[in-house]
Design a protein around this ligand. Structure first.
Ligand SMILES: C[S@@+](CC[C@H](N)C(=O)[O-])C[C@H]1O[C@@H](n2cnc3c(N)ncnc32)[C@H](O)[C@@H]1O
Length: 271
């Protein structure tokens, strides 16, 4: 696995994908450089940022599903800047003692989450790179909050698109899965474009170029590639599907969104 120094820098001249995502969601934790970058993306790929809303709605549905399944421990990898409907808020509404460990390497996401979680004994944020599973799984905060002999929900929502093939996203998913007790759930979501009409595919290609020019690399993957990462797990119905279609209660959300073909989501059960 690639060795990596966690980001502890904060260069306000360089946009960040985490803070642009926050801007697309209507959040306030972004700087002028991020807003200028996000506005440029909106110009060249006006339909694509809508996928962020679908992704966030998928995350909320998944967390509710995990709670319905009796899971009370969450490891949220690439958790992003705290925004409305954070995992611990949803989980602790159902069970005030539900435990959540957030992980992100982005300094602003880390700082805001740390502030938000101060005084919450059952939730914490670790600043780390998800490509270092052992560092995260053996971190003192993870050990304090998560009992791996009991089912855990591992959330890799909207994050593996930032992991290159060289960093082997499938092996990474497996490295986390191997630590999990039977009954644990692993949720993944990812950007895609194969089902999109050509003009939307062209927008996705322009977005990828804009991110690369800003030194943030986004990898668009196929259903087949993402499905392979569920190896060793049983896919929960409805399987790996377009984000609005992932629902276990027969109530899909936002099916009319233009960004519907631009993301897949799915949940795998361990054991
Ligand atoms: C698009 S946001 C998704 C946030 C949240 N999971 C959601 O779905 O709403 C992606 C987040 O992943 C983080 N990220 C990307 N690569 C990462 C890595 N290798 N290690 C830790 N965090 C990473 C970014 O900093 C960003 O906050």
């Amino acid at each position: 696995m690639t060795s990596f120094e966690p980001r502890s820098d904060l260069d306000l001249n360089v946009p960040s994908a985490a803070r642009a995502y926050d801007y697309f969601l209507g959040g306030a934790h972004n700087f002028a450089v991020d807003r200028a970058f996000a506005d440029q993306v909106l110009q060249i790929a006006p339909s694509v940022p809508a996928v962020t809303l679908l992704n966030r709605a998928f995350l909320r549905r998944v967390v509710r599903y995990c709670l319905d399944q009796g899971i009370r421990q969450f490891l949220d990898l690439g958790s992003g800047i705290p925004t409305v409907g954070n995992v611990h808020e949803i989980a602790q509404q159902v069970d005030p003692a539900a435990r959540v460990v957030y992980v992100d390497y982005e300094p602003v996401a880390y700082a805001h989450a740390k502030q938000l979680l101060s005084g919450n004994p059952f939730a914490a944020i670790i600043q780390a790179d998800i490509r270092e599973p052992r560092q995260i799984l053996d971190h003192p905060e993870t050990k304090r909050l998560i009992d791996f002999s009991e089912p855990v929900a591992v959330l890799m929502v909207g994050v593996l698109l930032f992991i290159s093939d060289d960093d082997r996203p499938g092996d990474l998913v497996a490295a986390y899965r191997e630590r999990l007790a039977p009954g644990s759930l692993v949720a993944l979501s990812h950007i895609a474009s194969e089902l999109a009409p050509p003009e939307l595919q062209a927008e996705v290609a322009r977005l990828v170029q804009a991110y690369a020019a800003a030194d943030e690399y986004v990898y668009v993957r196929t259903h087949q590639e993402i499905l392979a990462w569920f190896d060793g797990m049983t896919l929960v119905e409805p399987g790996l599907v377009c984000l609005p279609d992932w629902s276990t209660d027969g109530r899909p959300e936002d099916e009319d969104s233009v960004a519907r073909p631009l993301g897949y989501g799915g949940v795998g059960r361990v054991g």
